[in-house]
Design a protein around this ligand. Structure first.
Ligand code: NAD
Length: 355
């Protein structure tokens, strides 16, 4: 037995979870006192955003369907200006991390309340984190201003998420929970949520890959994603997230796919420094947690290596040098040779080294 010592900060949010929960939206708008709302989505989800506007009726005064990956600052500014011109008193973000990121960007500039309706497993809706891209540089801020006031998880909205995207988005979520387990500022609440989340997603994702219309599996995955988002919002991330950030930014690699490739290798790298976390992970992932995450990627049809995502081979050394140039806290210090080996394995898509 060890003496416990921790700090735990909870982030206030009202969460409604289930199937058909979108029907609760009018009532939630009333509770917020919202009379004029702007609905946000990506261009790909315009039809869904317009259907949502029709459902809300006169309180929906506009649809802004230009949300984009990595929240470009020019889109944030155009959307904020649009919201001001319409005189809105709340925003509704319908979609994945891109639409929710845009809602946060508007809240950052205006303090308008947000209702998020997540349709992927990325988890942004539960975090006070916003990253915006300006001139190719992504700048991340943490502020309570951007935390959505209400999150309505409706499993029905996730049924259309394509099988491949469901798998990589789900592993992206698992990455939040895995890193939360060994975060420097982790705590018992987040630890319990993280293990529950990993177990739920590890059960659900292969079932979704087999049958994307499996409602029970979709419900389990979204439940896991909620918990993973809570982990991401509550504690600091380490090597895995930093590496994915560097790789994504340097080689324009897709977000969720990059996470799916790197996670088993980042965990294998950290394993020797986190024996207690590995024991906890064994209870939900089996004898070889890093290998199990690698197998999960194969089971959901995720790309195995960064090469398949378009990274040049010279990127292995470059990414390692970039990580070493900006060292950050990690349970295992960044060792040049081992780090390069980790990235090389991720590049080739080979099985991670087990302990
Ligand atoms: P995304 O929001 O960009 O969605 C990817 C594509 O899938 C889009 O075209 C979208 O319209 C479509 N899509 C989403 N849900 C769908 C559905 N149910 N059916 C059909 N199509 C659907 O992708 P994402 O992975 O959810 O989000 C990635 C972005 O979120 C990145 O910019 C990342 O940095 C950010 N993010 C931020 C945080 C945070 O805490 N700030 C957390 C996680 C991710």
């Amino acid at each position: 037995m060890q003496q416990r010592q921790f700090t735990y900060t909870s982030h206030p949010a009202r969460v409604i979870f289930g199937s058909g929960t979108i029907a609760r939206l009018p009532e939630e708008l009333t509770l917020l006192g919202a009379e004029r709302v702007l609905i946000l989505s990506t261009a790909a989800q315009t039809a869904e955003a317009e259907a949502l506007a029709a459902r809300i009726g006169a309180r929906a005064v506009g649809v802004f369907a230009r949300a984009a990956m990595h929240t470009p600052v020019e889109v944030s500014e155009a959307a904020t200006e649009h919201a001001r011109q319409l005189g809105v008193d709340a925003v509704i973000s319908l979609g994945g991390g891109s639409a929710i990121g845009l809602g946060k960007a508007i809240a950052l500039r205006t303090d308008l309340p947000q209702i998020a309706l997540p349709t992927t497993y990325a988890g942004s809706e539960m975090t006070p984190i916003i990253g915006e891209t300006d001139g190719g540089q992504k700048r991340t801020q943490v502020t309570a201003k951007v935390l959505p006031e209400v999150v309505i998880y409706d499993v029905d909205l996730t049924m259309t998420l394509p099988a491949a995207m469901s798998g990589t988005s789900g592993i992206n979520a698992i990455a939040h929970a895995v890193e939360a387990l060994y975060a420097r500022d982790t705590n018992p609440v987040i630890n319990a949520l993280a293990l529950e989340a990993i177990a739920a997603l590890a059960r659900a994702l292969p079932a979704i890959a087999q049958d994307p219309q499996d409602r029970a599996a979709r419900s389990e995955a979204l439940y896991g994603a909620w918990l993973c988002g809570t982990c991401l919002g509550a504690v600091g991330m380490a090597l895995h997230h930093k590496l994915c950030h560097t790789l994504g930014g340097s080689f324009e690699l897709p977000h969720a796919e990059t996470h799916s490739v790197v996670l088993p290798h980042a965990l294998a790298y950290n394993a020797p420094a986190i024996p207690e976390v590995m024991a906890q992970l064994r209870s939900v992932l089996g004898a070889d947690p890093a290998g199990a995450l690698y197998d999960l990627g194969r089971a959901v049809g995720a790309p195995a290596g960064l090469a398949a995502l378009g990274m040049p081979e010279a990127g292995v050394a470059r990414a390692a040098n970039l990580a070493l140039a900006n060292p950050y806290w990690n349970p295992r210090p960044l060792e040049p040779r081992a780090l390069r080996d980790l990235i090389a394995r991720a590049y080739h898509g080979t099985r991670p080294l087990s302990e």
